[in-house]
Design a protein around this ligand. Sequence first.
Ligand SMILES: C[S@@+](CC[C@H](N)C(=O)[O-])C[C@H]1O[C@@H](n2cnc3c(N)ncnc32)[C@H](O)[C@@H]1O
Length: 192
Amino acid sequence: MAKFDHFNVIGPIYDWVFGRNATLSIHKFIDLEPHHTLLDVGGGTGRVTSQLITITPNAIIADSAMKMLQIAEKKGLSVINAESEKLPFLDGSFDRVIMVDVFHHVADQQRTLDEIWRTLRPGGKMVIEEPNIHNWVVKLIALGEKLLLMRSHFRRPQEIIDMCDFEGIQKLALHKEDGIAWVIVDKGNPNP
Ligand SMILES: C[S@@+](CC[C@H](N)C(=O)[O-])C[C@H]1O[C@@H](n2cnc3c(N)ncnc32)[C@H](O)[C@@H]1O
């Protein structure tokens, strides 16, 4: 029997609730350029990718909820139905890999990070944007998601940093602002 997924229920109203044209802060951290390939893991309805394709057209969303992806497809975005724990891409396929408001939802967070790292090309950059659980509004959201029986598991920003224990990191940074945290990891390039 297929697993129940909250995002297959809220998919059709997601943009209406969470803002189709929300201003994105991730712009500040990804250094995205027109020639870059971009993977948006858990990109859902394309709320984020639909803005980033104005910079690069080489973008794809991987998400586990078909109902979220159907909205993204209607926006003309490239999508693939896949779990973050098993991304169907070759090693080093992308210049940029992002994950916005997804990390606390995935079943296996370490495998997800490992998969993001694997699909990132040497010299590339990954950015994980997460609600900062130190913020009291986020604590309330976490409680609400528990009551809704979502499988959310919010991590402290420093915990996410500690989980990014990859060999070959060039730079690892943490930014915090208004209840959001960004973990930014640059993958070293042995042959620049
Ligand atoms: C809160 S939404 C965020 C969507 C989008 N990143 C945004 O910011 O608008 C979380 C998304 O993560 C997806 N998701 C949750 N667990 C996943 C997994 N293991 N693999 C792929 N996608 C996943 C959900 O289907 C949903 O589309």
